[in-house]
Design a binder for this molecule. Structure first.
Ligand code: RP5
Length: 179
């Protein structure tokens, strides 16, 4: 089955505040690149706890397959969502002003046994979306093909840089001589 051909959202993307949106946007852009339908919401585990619970509880029934939950500071959003849904939850820690995002990262990874979340790097929005795509691709041959093409392109870009470095040497490479 090619899930991503369905136009109903497959990825629920939730963030604790609109101040998270500039980082989260990178995840949304990647989902669009892979033509994966998503729903983006601003819901706070602390400021709107009932709305978070209602949203999270309904996800599976609505046909969603995976969740990305982004928050900074005392980042409880991903864990709370995970407590309300059987779907896999990817936690995206957002860099805050005080502790550079370490607070959010630690809050997200230190989940109690029994309710896991998969945490990506601080501000690692593209990886959060890629992981969501990889989860969906296990049941979607079309998406799996797009993921293969993405990986091939990524490898080709590295090999091109390597060939350029060997051709030009370090100084030439850094000076940006034409390839
Ligand atoms: C968290 O608090 C949000 O996810 C955000 O990263 C942080 C600050 O929120 P604002 O004060 O900018 O709304 O819950």
């Amino acid at each position: 089955m090619n899930l991503s051909r369905l136009r109903t959202p497959l990825v629920g993307v939730v963030m604790g505040s609109d101040s998270d949106l500039p980082v989260v946007k990178q995840a949304l852009d990647l989902l669009e690149e892979f033509q994966v339908p998503y729903e983006a919401r601003i819901l706070s585990a602390h400021r709107s706890p009932d709305a978070v619970a209602d949203w999270a509880r309904a996800l599976a029934e609505r046909g969603m397959r995976v969740v990305i939950a982004a928050a900074g500071g005392a980042a409880h959003l991903a864990g709370v969502v995970a407590g309300h849904t059987p779907l896999p939850v990817i936690a995206l820690p957002i860099r805050g002003k005080a502790l550079d995002g370490l607070d959010a990262l630690l809050a997200m990874v230190q989940m109690p046994p029994g309710v896991p979340v998969a945490a990506v790097a601080i501000d690692g929005a593209r990886n959060a979306a890629l992981l969501a795509v990889q989860i969906l691709a296990t049941a979607d041959p079309d998406l799996s093909g797009r993921l293969d093409a993405f990986r091939r392109q990524q490898s080709a870009a590295v090999l091109e840089k390597d060939a350029r470095l060997r051709r030009l040497g370090v100084q030439g490479y850094l000076e940006g001589s034409p390839s």
